[in-house]
Design a binder for this molecule. Structure first.
Ligand code: NAP
Length: 329
């Protein structure tokens, strides 16, 4: 009888989610829900594994692929896959899968919440009440910036970008977007307008980034870009930290080049309470929770398991990243 395939999961997931995998494979998990698997353990497991179910905090690179001689599939529990060297995987015909679409609305809800929290100073307001600093009513007490009828500029009008645009239209916002390619159908359907990166940056009251992290988008927001934004504008990042040069963002916030920032992602995560961004009261910081609803995270785990099962059974997975391996491009 042929040996069962071996699947390693780099974070503790609920047993109920991995039941199906256990019916045809040996499955092991890193025994922590919160802490990432140490690199040496990941490499050791990769040596034996037919499949890896990974988190965005795991670096899946050439060093790992070189020793993972049985590896057939890496299923990443995220839509972004900047933690994986997909080119190296493809060279070895290792399938890389992500979790697009199913997290779109959940992440869009979070992105729009972050925009509201930032513009309307909601975190400061909650703190004032909790800390007993609410003394009376006064005209400009915690007065923020309106969201309705303002201009939202979305850099990266993909699945999540479009879902945010729909929410923004409900708030009577004017929506501009910038992509490398124009989306005429979306423009017609939603009434959003294409802008060059420079136009978008200059005209928007809220600049929201929702691109993947790639060599092209890394460091896209520099000191010069923040300078071109309105001084009253807010920078909202739900993509990946390195799309902005963090030191430049801090300087822009300190020097009043922009009014504030709402950030779900950072250069190096997690950040600690002494991080310079957390010393600024015009920053709202969240701990990378874009897709974190129970429903969506469960669906993402299930999709990862389905993808692993498909590859190990020589079927086409639902959401491969290197689609060329299946002649899907
Ligand atoms: P998507 O549907 O692939 O959309 C990405 C969009 O970015 C596309 O419209 C693409 O259009 C645009 N883009 C790519 N490169 C660009 C560039 N150089 N300049 C301008 N636009 C560019 O992906 P999605 O599902 O919306 O997710 C987007 C990203 O959000 C993910 O990759 C991930 O990093 C991040 N995310 C974060 C969280 C969180 O928890 N904070 C959760 C989910 C996703 P063109 O190809 O035409 O340029």
């Amino acid at each position: 009888m042929a040996a069962k395939p071996y699947i390693y999961i780099t974070r503790k997931l609920p047993e109920s989610v991995i039941d199906t995998l256990k019916s045809f494979a040996d499955v092991e998990m890193w025994d922590s829900e919160e802490n990432p698997v140490p690199r040496d353990i990941l490499l050791n497991e990769a040596k034996k594994a037919d499949a890896l179910l990974t988190m965005l905090s795991d670096k899946i690179d050439k060093e790992l692929f070189d020793i993972a001689t049985n590896l057939k599939v890496v299923a990443n529990l995220a839509v972004g896959f900047d933690n994986i060297d997909v080119e190296e995987a493809t060279k070895r015909r290792i399938v890389v899968c992500n979790t697009p679409d199913i997290l779109t609305d959940t992440t869009a809800d979070l992105a729009f919440s972050l925009l509201l929290m930032t513009g309307r100073r909601l975190v400061e307001a909650v703190d004032v009440v909790r800390e007993g600093k609410w003394k009376s009513w006064s005209s400009y007490f915690l007065a923020g910036t309106d969201v309705h009828h303002k201009t939202l500029g979305i850099v990266g009008m993909g699945n999540i970008g479009e879902a945010v645009a729909k929410r923004a239209l409900g708030f009577d916002m004017r929506v501009l977007y910038h992509n490398r390619s124009r989306k005429l159908e979306t423009e017609e359907k939603l009434g959003v307008k294409y802008a060059t990166f420079d136009e978008l940056v200059k005209q928007s009251d809220y600049v929201l980034v929702l691109t993947p992290l790639t060599p092209e988008t890394k460091g896209m927001f520099t000191k010069e870009v923040f300078k071109r934004m309105k001084k009253s504008a807010f920078f909202i990042n739900v993509a990946r930290g390195p799309v902005a040069v963090e030191a430049d963002l801090i300087e822009a916030l300190k020097e009043g080049e922009i009014a504030g920032a709402g950030l779900d992602v950072f250069d190096k995560e997690p950040i600690s309470p002494d991080h310079p961004l957390l010393q600024l009261n015009n920053v709202v910081a969240l701990p990378h929770i874009g897709s974190a609803s129970v429903e969506t995270r469960t669906a993402m785990m299930e999709l990862c398991c389905d993808n692993i099962e498909a590859v190990l059974k020589n079927e086409v997975p639902k959401t491969p990243v290197n689609r060329e391996l299946f002649q899907l491009v």
